[in-house]
Write a protein that binds this ligand. Structure first.
Ligand code: ADP
Ligand code: ZN
Length: 742
């Protein structure tokens, strides 16, 4: 009996540490990677066949696989990647599978929908070159059609089935146009399952004519795009054509019929980028981010698994899609902290992308104008190839940088724009008819509200954080947990009226000042509070691009990737903002962010000017920014990290103990501290209260393990934590390679 039973290990997408054994029923043919349904407790759940089961199982104890889905199996490199990622981050294996199985319903056979294809008798003669409708017409061509009708047929001519809504959107016409074309017999109705996006990108379309430096970089990437792991840092100032260059590698991968993933930080997933992609490859990429519809998610997930969906442009979670045959990953803006997932499974998608490429045996390209010290370190040590684009494309030079010493060039009391910046804005918008951007990475009106009589400060009841006043809602908000409360008319502590004072600026307060200074200017505030949906954001970005706005006040939403032709002046309201707090990467992040913002100025013919308002203009970061001394800055940064024995010259792991009972948190963290690893090459700091001691009602204490590079930090921590039985009321999170220390 034992000998006849075939078993398989099946991993389920729940926080389990390993795959469980299940029997394979007679007649069912399963292979590793297959998506199946298995019983788990009283439920039936989806799982993935992870490998062979044990031989010596007791048949009366083992349950059977119930069903197998008709979807290509999850490829071995993806499964090994999940194994690796779970081990590296010290997370449960099943928790990582959950990232890959984010759309379980996509496994079901999709329902068919009505769609339209170009009717045979009307399809143009495909032997003729596809240059305009006129030449390409067959016998009974489209010459009687109106421009709108022709626009639809131009899209339908490739013979792919599209739903009416897709056709009308792509052609920019109303639904009636499609209906008429169908009635007249130009379009034929078919029933199809909704086709995945980006089925037919055209790799043979010509890209831009590259400059010699761009060509050199592109040639190397194209050469590297084959079935072999390699890693590159594509490093060039903003506007130097990095995107054009990596598009060449994308084209090469497509020619080899491979799938491609282009990762971007979520807020950089702009329409401008999508149109550029479409222009280059003739079809829009598949998108993957947090605000997609369920239907879209389903189609894309399935299309990716089936290998039909060729190019995905997505935020960090797109790394966990089950690509059938992935052949290239681009990590654009690789330095961006948004690649680090801080909640749930803590992992860094940039670093994981490199591992994914390694397992899948294909190249990965990190792209940035301000590379992270980690990536530069990998260049210096020969792990990454270095491709440099030193100049902006075309006529645009780098902007002029001006440091404003806020201790001398003082704004009026309770004002935040220095006189010299005010003058520069006036010159820009009136004399040069240009646009100005004021950057302040702080939402709301004021970061702190206090009572002038009794000194009371408004604090979040659930977090160690001040409440932020927002004029738009007339409320005080916590930016960490979402708590809000009405702005009271008087101090809740001493009862004094009119004693509440706003301290410091947020974007809303800068807007108030701008209106006072430039009453006739057209203004807009761009932050996650004003652009709450993709459509809202798109509209605002269009308004800016088409010069319906003179002065933009924005948070980091505005810093990334955008190209505004009329924007010639950038003013940074508080350049020192990110430097307080003593975070390991505070200087590096400030440099990256402000360099990025500065890069918005003067991207076309007009010279750009950037003003940095700082109370410490002599600091290393400000001086480096002002003189574009990026390499010097990174070198000094590297030297300091090496001297302090900090990453990338060593490894760190954060241990966060949290729970609702403060006493319990203190006690466990103390015990952890008492047996913390201290050995040759390993030290543990703490426990100490986390900077966010309270977050969403939970108390938090931290420890920090630092280890020399050759030490297996995961193993060290595992041994240490294994001694402890963690009560269910507490949580101990391990953050390998922490990026933030809140
Ligand atoms: P980066 O990604 O380095 O910021 P982009 O690839 O976005 O640079 O290029 C900046 C701008 O210059 C874009 O509008 C792009 O179309 C244009 N550009 C770059 N290289 C070329 C080229 N070789 N020919 C034509 N336009 C180019
Ligand atoms: Zn809060």
């Amino acid at each position: 009996m034992f000998g006849f039973m075939v078993t398989k290990a099946v991993l389920v997408p729940y926080p389990v540490k390993k795959a469980y054994d299940y029997a394979v029923p007679k007649g069912m043919d399963v292979e590793d990677g297959d998506y199946v349904v298995v019983p788990l407790g009283a439920r039936h759940v989806i799982g993935v066949v992870w490998g062979e089961g044990a031989d010596d199982v007791n048949p009366s104890k083992i349950k059977s696989i119930i069903q197998k889905y008709d979807v290509p199996p999850m490829p071995a490199p993806m499964r090994r990647f999940i194994d690796w990622a779970a081990h590296y981050t010290m997370s449960e294996l099943g928790a990582f599978l959950k990232l890959a199985l984010s759309v379980p319903s996509a496994l079901d056979e999709p329902k068919s929908v009505k769609a339209y294809v170009c009717a045979k008798s009307h399809s143009p003669n495909t032997n003729l070159p596809p240059t305009g409708v006129g030449k390409a017409l067959g016998m009974d061509g489209w010459k009687n059609l109106s421009p709108k009708h022709k626009a639809v047929m131009e899209i339908a001519r490739d013979g792919l089935a599209r739903r009416a809504s897709e056709l009308s959107r792509e052609a920019g016409v109303g639904a009636g146009v499609i209906k008429t074309l169908h009635e007249k017999g130009y379009l034929k109705e078919v029933l199809v399952t909704q086709p995945p996006p980006c089925r037919a990108p055209d790799a043979l379309r010509a890209g831009a004519t590259l400059s010699p430096a761009q060509q050199l970089a592109a040639d190397e990437l194209v050469l590297a795009t084959k079935n072999k792991y390699s890693a590159y840092l594509l490093d060039g100032v903003t506007g130097s054509g990095k995107t054009e260059v990596y598009f060449e590698a994308v084209a090469q991968a497509l020619k080899q019929d491979k799938q491609v993933l282009i990762m971007l930080p979520e807020i950089a997933l702009s329409n401008a980028f999508l149109s550029r992609f479409k222009e280059r490859f003739g079809c829009a990429p598949a998108l993957w981010h947090s605000s997609l519809s369920d239907a879209m998610r389903k189609t894309t997930w399935r299309g990716v698994a089936q290998g039909e969906c060729k190019v995905v442009v997505g935020a960090r979670s797109s790394l966990f899609l089950p690509y059938k045959d992935l052949g290239l990953i681009i990590v654009d803006e690789e330095h961006d902290p948004a690649y680090k997932q801080e909640e749930g499974v803590i992992c860094n998608a940039r670093d994981m992308a490199v591992v994914r490429a390694h397992m899948g045996k294909f190249p990965v390209v990190m792209v940035s104008a301000t590379p992270s010290l980690e990536s530069m370190h990998n260049v210096w040590s020969g792990k990454y190839g270095h491709l440099e684009l030193p100049d902006r494309h075309g006529q645009a030079g780098m902007p002029d940088m001006h440091l404003i010493d806020m201790t001398k060039d003082k704004p009026e009391r309770n004002h935040f724009i220095a006189p010299s910046l005010t003058k520069a804005i006036a010159d820009t918008i009136t004399e040069q008819k240009g646009q100005a951007l004021l950057f302040l990475n702080r939402r709301g009106y004021a970061p702190l509200t206090l009572c002038r009589t009794c000194g009371h400060r408004f604090e979040c009841p659930r977090c160690s954080a001040w409440l932020i006043e927002h004029k738009k809602t007339n409320k005080l908000h916590c930016h960490h947990c979402g708590y809000d409360t009405r702005m009271p008319p008087q101090c809740p502590k001493c009862g004094d009226k009119d004693s509440l004072a706003a301290c410091g600026p947020g974007v809303e307060r800068v807007l108030e000042e701008v209106r006072e200074l430039f009453p006739d200017a057209r203004t807009c505030v761009l932050s996650s509070d004003t652009a709450t949906t993709h459509d809202e954001l798109k509209k605002m970005l269009d308004d800016i691009r088409d010069h319906r706005v003179d002065i933009i006040i924005g948070t980091q939403i505005i810093a990334k990737g955008h190209h505004f032709p009329k924007l010639t002046l950038v003013g940074v309201i508080d350049a020192d903002l990110g430097l307080s707090g003593g975070d390991l990467r505070a200087s590096e992040r400030t440099f990256q962010l402000l360099h990025q913002v500065a890069g918005r100025a003067g991207r076309e013919d007009e010279k750009g000017h950037v003003y940095l308002q700082s109370f410490n203009p002599q600091s290393r970061v400000m001086q480096a920014l002002a003189s574009f001394a990026r390499d010097d800055f990174l070198n000094v940064e590297a030297m300091q990290r090496e001297a302090a024995n900090m990453p990338p010259y060593s490894r760190l792991a954060g241990i966060i103990v949290s729970g609702r009972d403060e006493g319990q948190v203190i006690e466990l963290s103390k015990k952890l501290g008492q047996s913390a690893p201290h050995a040759k090459g390993v030290q543990t700091l703490g426990p100490a209260d986390a900077p966010m001691y309270k977050l969403r009602g939970k108390f938090r204490r931290r420890l920090l393990v630092r280890a020399d590079k050759q030490i297996d930090i995961q193993k060290t921590i595992e041994h240490w934590l294994a001694e402890f039985k963690i009560p269910t009321t507490l949580r101990v999170q391990v953050d390998i390679d922490p990026q933030s220390f809140f």
